[in-house]
Design a protein. Structure first.
Lengths: 795, 301
């Protein structure tokens, strides 16, 4: 979240799209009902299903799964057409006025530079026109035909109400109402927030879904404001923390980059990732990249990391392609992987295309499962007719189960969606032989160090030199680990008070630069519990620690105009008054400078403004474009039939054969979580199992009638990849949509099935899902795929 | 510790009222469920089971999000779900279903066992399992179908409004855990005041028929509900005009007084009989006894 949970109370219009906050975030959703009751906020829900959030919405609009970009580009067109744009904000704080290279182009669904053979773009032309000093050229009058504003207008021209409705299935009147409600926040005294989650990421163009929304927020001037922003709701208790700590396959902690094999030296890496300002006088915060990166290497390798050996840069793995979990499953499937450590995920129930995952795990020599429950992943080799059909005798995989503590059995910090790092204390001792993950991993590390020491081996340095100095070597405390993440001065071991103190010369070490300030010489700031809110705006600066630098609202310089005057006096976060800055939050800029010097609020960009045109950062293109899900229920793209789905997808060998067509599998299907369960964990918890004892498939009344299926009947749902047998929930909450001259029915399946828990034995929905996913992240398209359904015998 | 805030006891006539001395500072309380703010998350349902140590069997899918399918001795709070269409717009309604704690509780009136059902000074209605004989009169009398008889111990169970929490100044566990503020707890006066304002807000937001469910037929309830449409409580699985059943009323208001009157009359008759008749008969072993037969015999001698 650019903002945080409490801040939702400051919103005027709340849009829940690509998520289901009431269902998946019921506690945080309390701030939505708070805003509705005490700030007269209006709630819009856009979703394929009339869900728990929709139950409380002022307006619900149905949408066909996988068409959010078309929906939102239509909103952009509407805002521009009706002049419901915060022009002052757009001119000052976005790249609307920036001029794009002459060779940039878009037609028939493809941007300039497409290489059909590689299925990838040469992104050269997706860039600003630069002047002699290397600065981007701008036209403040927005008249230049190739300025971003005019290119954007031209790009969204196709997305009129009729076209959008034809693609998304959203009835025009519903759509218009949504547009009007969102548009109402273009004024300076009204702000909208968007709340989204996996409903946007689980698509073959997930990153672009989110980006399109961010563009809407820029046009309305809603980023950096109280009650506004771009708000990702994180699911698993510490998913924000794990992302911060480098969860993605090409990331290092603090969103630093894991080097590619095109960056053989530290210098090459730092040059590639330390941007030059694209406009004069920019903060260009990533210019500090070398300080953060070298400090990270120092935290990895301590005294062994020296200027002479590039601080151990050579010891980092260098990638040639994305080695995400999906890629690993594919490699295992082909027998290219010996061993797998599974930690914090129930892989066999979570990874798409369960049957392939099952074969993949069966190819391993060994599998280590770190979990606090006996997960189905650890018992994947056990035959369970129907649910898990394997020939146990043929599986040679040796499985080790290492029981871990759960969060309540250890102390540490959990980072919530609003970036608050909240310290928590141990509630109980773990049962039996369970150990904290950190203790297990330390044990493995120390054993590896010993083996390299005793027996030698290829490239021992990364392990041999690993900085491992803890009071109890095999069991580092949470205090020691988090202090390392905060960072310290190497010579004095003094904790740094912020990332401003980090250096690129090896004199500081820091495990995650964003976390600097969380545990300083003053103590553990994450353990603070002062909930005073002097401004009444929910800022609570004394409650825990919010990264970065205890800032509660990111980009908050954008809450005032270029002269430092708040757009809306009721929403003052920072303000220039009497020759200096005042604020209720930590400014997201250098508060020693004047308003004019800081009038570039998006300090992480080398041009200091929000990007309506994303340059080269996303693989599908600098503007979002509607592409169909990989498995499309209409089999074509009404906007450009030759380019149906994203042109830059990653295709594993043989995956084409696992995709179905609408003739064979005519219905769209989506998957989701239910409030009653937390992933596969609470299916082992009696109270949660009582409240939702069995999984099901939701379908609309029209389709059910066509198929002769009654509420509660057993049905078989099949995709090209497999089938499940489950019970039908026939509901008005799903409805047939008119799309491109045909009717599209959508089925919905909760993800909480299990054959090995307290709930009734059930299939898991990942039998049906496809591994095809987002080209930028590898996240699979769990939310839009094709199935068939028919009545079946019960199980 | 004896509970001394009980103002009404089942199976007891008004002639022997419950203690009244210590209730002076106690205010009537109420739980308020706002259906227009509920997201159907079941946190209240789970918290209820957790606080009260209840574990229903793990059931199976029954065609709805509603699980278990009904209230039971092991499930005192249940979220109910209904899909309705109102002026062409779909509404998914959630009802927090549990004991309504009637001011005029049919269960208490129907109960024949002394003190098995009580009403406290704060207005809540509670069951005393020790005394319950499992006759089921409460279950059949309740217009909301709340009390359930356990097959395990043949006793009736229902929501206590967490009497063990409220007695020490805590809110009921369902209220404590509610994620959206749909459940509130406080004095009845405060809840009525809040509800009135909330209904006004809802009307301003376009819910013209919004209203408070606080049915008069049972004297008002200590669990009140705000509905989008007060004219259609059935769509929330609530009766439109709940009443204490006639049979219970007849029994309570007529038969029991009649019974009492009968008892009194019998006692009075016995007393009178003793005074007027019994006193004149002297038993064999009492002094002054005259054996009539012997006397007769004597007389004939």
């Amino acid at each position: 979240m650019t903002n945080h949970w409490i801040d939702i109370k400051n919103s005027n219009v709340i849009v829940i799209m690509g998520g289901n906050a009431a269902e998946a975030h019921p506690v945080g959703f309390g701030w939505v009902t708070e805003a509705m009751q005490h700030n007269n906020a209006k709630l819009i829900v856009v979703d394929p299903r009339f869900n728990r959030s929709a139950a409380l919405a002022d307006h619900y609009a149905p949408i066909r799964s996988g068409t959010d970009i078309a929906f939102l580009l239509g909103v952009i067109r509407y805002l521009i057409d009706t002049k419901q744009v915060n022009y002052d904000y757009v001119k000052a704080y976005t790249n609307a006025s920036y001029i794009i290279r002459e060779d940039f182009d878009f037609h028939d669904g493809l941007f300039s530079g497409f290489d059909e053979e590689k299925g990838a773009y040469n992104t050269e032309s997706w860039y600003y026109e630069l002047d002699e000093q290397g600065y981007a050229k701008v036209d403040d009058t927005l008249q230049h035909p190739r300025c971003v504003w005019n290119l954007l207008k031209q790009h969204v021209e196709r997305y009129d109400f009729k076209t959008v409705s034809n693609v998304t299935g959203t009835p025009i009147d519903d759509y218009q109402t949504v547009c009007e409600m969102i548009g109402s926040t273009h004024t300076k005294n009204r702000v909208a927030t968007f709340m989204y989650a996996l409903g946007w990421t689980h698509h073959s163009k997930g990153a672009q879904n989110i980006r399109t929304m961010a563009m809407v927020q820029l046009l309305l001037g809603n980023i950096g404001q109280l009650g506004g922003g771009v708000n990702a709701l994180r699911g698993h208790a510490n998913v924000q923390g794990s992302t911060d700590m480098g969860l993605l396959a090409q990331s290092l902690p603090g969103y630093l980059k894991l080097p590619s094999d095109k960056e053989p030296t530290l210098e090459a890496h730092l040059t590639a990732h330390t941007p030059k300002p694209l406009r004069p006088g920019q903060t260009n915060y990533w210019q500090n990249y070398p300080k953060f990166f070298v400090s990270l290497l120092k935290s990895f390798w301590g005294d062994a990391a020296t200027a002479e050996n590039d601080f151990g840069y050579d010891w980092l793995p260098k990638w040639d392609q994305m080695y995400d979990f999906g890629k690993h499953i594919d490699m295992m499937y082909r027998g290219q992987v010996n061993g797998l450590l599974v930690q914090g995920v129930n892989a066999i129930n979570s990874m798409p295309n369960r049957n392939k995952t099952l074969k993949a795990l069966s190819q391993l020599k060994y599998l280590v499962v770190l979990d606090n429950l006996s997960s189905e992943t650890a018992t994947f080799w056990q035959n369970e007719p129907g649910f898990n059909e394997v020939n146990t005798a043929e599986i040679q995989t040796e499985v080790f189960r290492l029981p871990t503590t759960c969060f309540a059995e250890e102390e540490g910090s959990i980072v919530n969606s609003g970036r608050w790092m909240q310290w928590h204390w141990k509630g109980a001792n773990a049962p039996g032989e369970a150990m904290a993950d950190s203790e297990i991993v330390s044990g493995i590390m120390l054993e590896l160090k010993k083996l390299y020491r005793d027996e030698g081996g290829v490239l021992p340095e990364p392990v041999a030199a690993a900085n491992w100095h803890y009071a109890i070597e095999h069991n580092p405390s949470s205090e020691e680990l988090t202090k390392e993440l905060n960072g310290y001065d190497v010579a004095t071991r003094r904790q740094v008070s912020g990332f401003g103190e980090l250096k690129a010369d090896g004199s500081t070490a820091c495990g995650c630069w964003l976390y600097a300030g969380s545990w300083t010489e003053e103590g553990n700031n994450m353990a603070r519990r002062d909930n005073h809110d002097p401004s009444g705006k929910g800022i609570t600066p004394g409650w825990t620690f919010s990264w970065p630098m205890n800032r509660r609202v990111l980009y908050n310089r954008a809450s005032c105009d270029i002269n430092g005057k708040p757009w809306d006096p009721e929403r003052t976060i920072v303000e220039w008054k009497d020759g200096k800055w005042h604020g209720i939050d930590v400014g997201d800029f250098n508060m020693k400078l004047t308003p004019q010097e800081t009038a570039s609020p998006f300090i992480m960009q080398p041009e200091g403004v929000g990007r309506l045109f994303a340059l080269k950062l996303l693989k599908e293109g600098p503007f979002p474009e509607h592409y169909e899900p990989v498995e499309s229920p209409i089999g074509t793209n009404p906007l450009h039939p030759k380019v149906v789905h994203s042109p830059v997808l990653r295709w594993f060998e043989g995956v084409r054969e696992t995709l179905g067509t609408k003739d064979e599998f005519p219905y769209a299907c989506t998957t989701y979580s239910l409030t009653e369960h937390f992933n596969f964990w609470t299916t082992h918890c009696r109270l949660a199992a009582i409240s939702m004892p069995e999984t099901f498939v939701e379908m609309n009344e029209v389709l059910a009638a066509e198929k002769g299926i009654k509420n509660g009947d057993w049905v078989k749902v099949s995709s090209k990849r497999g089938h499940i047998i489950t019970k039908a929930l026939v509901t008005k909450r799903l409805r047939p949509l008119q799309v491109n001259g045909q009717v599209v029915h959508t089925l919905g399946i909760p993800r909480h099935g299990s054959h090995n828990a307290l709930i009734k034995k059930a299939y898991t929905c990942n039998v049906l899902t496809t591994e095809m996913g987002d080209a930028n992240t590898g996240v699979p398209e769990y939310k839009a795929f094709l199935v068939n359904v028919e009545k079946a015998e019960g199980i | 510790m004896a509970e001394q805030d009980i103002i009404r006891r089942s199976g007891t006539t008004d002639i022997t009222p419950a203690s009244q001395a210590r209730v002076g500072g106690v205010k009537k309380v109420a739980k308020l469920f706002d259906a227009t703010k509920c997201n159907g998350c079941k946190a209240c349902q789970v918290a209820c089971s957790e606080w009260n140590d209840l574990r229903e069997e793990v059931g199976e899918f029954s065609g709805s999000y509603q699980n278990p399918p009904s209230l039971s001795p092991e499930c005192w709070t249940l979220m109910k779900y209904n899909e309705i269409e109102d002026a062409g717009k779909l509404r998914w309604q959630f009802t927090h279903s549990a004991c309504m704690h009637c001011a005029d509780p049919a269960c208490l009136k129907a109960c024949s066992t002394a003190g098995a059902i009580i009403q406290r000074a704060n207005g809540t209605v509670d069951f005393d399992s020790d005394k319950c004989i499992g006759c089921g009169y409460c279950a059949s009398a309740c217009p909301f179908d709340i009390p359930k008889i356990s097959a395990k111990d043949n006793k009736a169970y229902k929501c206590t409004l967490c009497s063990d929490r409220t007695a020490v100044g805590l809110e009921p566990s369902c209220v404590k855990t509610c994620t959206t503020g749909a459940l509130r707890y406080g004095t009845r006066e405060d809840m009525l005041f809040y509800a009135e304002k909330r209904v006004e807000e809802l009307k301003a937001r376009g819910y013209k028929n919004a209203g408070l469910y606080n049915p008069e037929g049972v004297g008002g309830t200590a669990m009140m509900m705000i509905f989008h449409d007060i004219n259609d409580p059935e769509s929330y699985y609530m009766p439109k005009d709940p009443q204490v059943p006639m049979a219970t009323e007849i029994r309570q208001d007529w038969l029991k007084p009649l019974g009492t009157a009968g008892l009194i009359a019998t006692a009075a008759f016995a007393l009178m009989h003793r005074i007027t008749v019994g006193r004149n008969i002297v038993e064999e072993d009492q002094p002054g006894y005259i054996d009539a037969a012997a006397e007769k015999e004597e007389d004939s001698k």
